[in-house]
Design a protein around this ligand. Structure first.
Ligand SMILES: Cc1ncc(COP(=O)(O)O)c(C=O)c1O
Length: 442
């Protein structure tokens, strides 16, 4: 049995979910959380408290030494010349578009299948979001649709590296270049993901990241940062995040107040050295899910996400697809058995009430609309255990009455890897969970 290399939409399944077999409960854990930040904190508690104390003792709370150190450390980790921190991923997107001088009436092309902030950054500047459809396998912006939607008014393209997987930059960058358009990467979910060995955030003109606690590198509150290889954009971003002020009380341009506070930076500096190992653990979990799903006859019911061969997929989310109208019933079934899931995102942005004035209709973005109806995110956090993953997949198989299928010795060996391998990148490489060996670190 082989693991999938790409997810695929399963044929419409005929399922009549029945009452749960209570006898099966003995095989499963009573609950599996979608995310368990307490497990990460338990390991780092003393270090984090020490860092918080240090900042409180210093009295330097806004853009202090920890913020500047964090920016330098991120620049080294991501191999990008400029890192500019700010107050959130949402602000990062707004600042990026402000730095590119996006104004009223300008058009910006972006996916509709993303978090709200990708589009609200555009509308807050009076510009017009032009939504492109997605690839049904990767859920990432479809370059062919981007190309079709470029007009004389287009001023930027914003691909989103959703769920930790890099958008198809091989196709997008030449399209942007031919049209003379800047690319703003929404990399909020993709820290340390790569494309042919280069980190996201360093592929286009500006990269926008989030430190929201659910992200792969999450703070203890809101925070974000921008990356750029362009000196001119870096200089503008540094001004824009402090009301365009330089020197003090002299305002060259109108910016916003979007500064990262030192308490967040100090905590993030404790976490950053662990990010590579946590990312590897996510990759191991994803590979293990792929194997566990293959243990059951679920092919007609559930599409499992595949690996990315052109770069490092950092698995901020592991999103399956349940077709045949069963997604919501499956989620209810899992919730009743203590398994946490989430829908990212139930209402595509072009269908949001606040964007009705833009005139988009149901049917305008068919792949986006179908994904919103069928996708479901499962727990994928680094500390997730093998037994928890077995429970998640077993409970899904239970819902679909999917029997176990015969497995080879190789398959069995893979899914029985001890937890210790989580820290070991060779395991990930052996499982082809990364595109290239040099992508393990970026
Ligand atoms: C794709 C995407 N873009 C932007 C954001 C906004 O980030 P933040 O929540 O830090 O404002 C998020 C995070 O929720 C996101 O997932």
């Amino acid at each position: 049995m082989t693991r999938p290399t790409a997810s695929s939409t399963p044929a419409r399944s005929q399922v009549t979910p029945t009452a749960p077999d209570r006898g099966a409960d003995a095989n499963f854990l009573p609950a599996v959380p979608l995310l368990a930040l307490d497990r990460q904190y338990a390991v780092l508690r003393d270090e984090i408290r020490g860092a918080l104390d240090r900042v409180c003792d210093s009295g330097k709370f806004v853009l202090g030494p920890d913020v500047h150190e964090l920016e330098a450390e991120l620049a080294r980790s991501l191999r990008v010349p400029h890192v500019i921190s700010c107050a959130s991923g949402s602000d990062a997107l707004l600042l990026a578009l402000m730095a590119l001088d996006i104004k009223t009436g300008d058009e910006v092309i972006l996916p509709s299948y993303t978090f709200f902030a990708t589009a609200s950054a555009v509308t807050r500047l009076g510009a017009v979001p032009i939504f492109a459809d997605i690839d049904p396998i990767t859920y990432l912006i479809d370059p062919a649709d981007v190309k079709k939607k470029i007009s004389k008014r287009t001023k930027a393209i914003v691909p989103v590296h959703l769920f930790g997987r890099t958008a198809d930059m091989d196709a997008l960058l030449p399209i942007a270049q031919a049209a003379g358009l800047p690319v703003v990467e929404d990399a909020a979910q993709s820290i340390l993901s790569t494309w042919h060995g280069h980190c996201t955030g360093a592929l286009g003109d500006v990269g926008c990241f989030s430190f929201y606690p659910t992200k792969n590198l999450g703070g203890v509150g809101d925070g974000g940062f921008l990356t750029t290889t362009r000196d001119d954009i870096a200089a503008r971003l540094k001004l824009l995040r402090v009301h365009g002020m330089e020197p003090r009380y002299y305002h060259q341009i109108v910016g916003i107040n979007s500064r990262l506070d030192s308490l967040q930076a100090a905590v993030l500096r404790v976490k950053l050295p662990h990010l590579d190992a946590w990312t590897t653990a996510r990759q191991v979990n994803a590979a293990r899910y792929q194997d566990l799903f293959a243990e059951y006859d679920l092919a007609g019911h559930v599409a499992v996400p595949g690996d990315e061969t052109r770069g490092r997929h950092v698995w901020n989310q592991f999103v399956i697809r349940a077709s045949g109208g069963h997604r919501d019933a499956l989620r209810k079934h899992l919730a009743a058995r203590g398994v946490g899931t989430e829908i990212y995102y139930p209402v595509p942005l072009h269908m949001q009430q606040c964007f009705e004035y833009l005139g988009w209709q149901k049917g305008d973005l068919p792949q986006t609309e179908l994904a919103a109806e069928e996708t479901l995110a499962l727990p994928i956090f680094p500390e997730l255990t093998v037994d928890e993953q077995r429970t998640v997949v077993g409970r899904i198989a239970e819902f679909f009455h999917a029997p176990q299928v015969e497995r080879t010795t190789d398959d069995i060996r893979r899914t029985h890897q001890p937890a210790a391998v989580v820290e070991e990148p060779h395991f990930v490489r052996r499982m082809n969970a990364v595109g290239r060996a040099d992508d393990v670190r970026c």
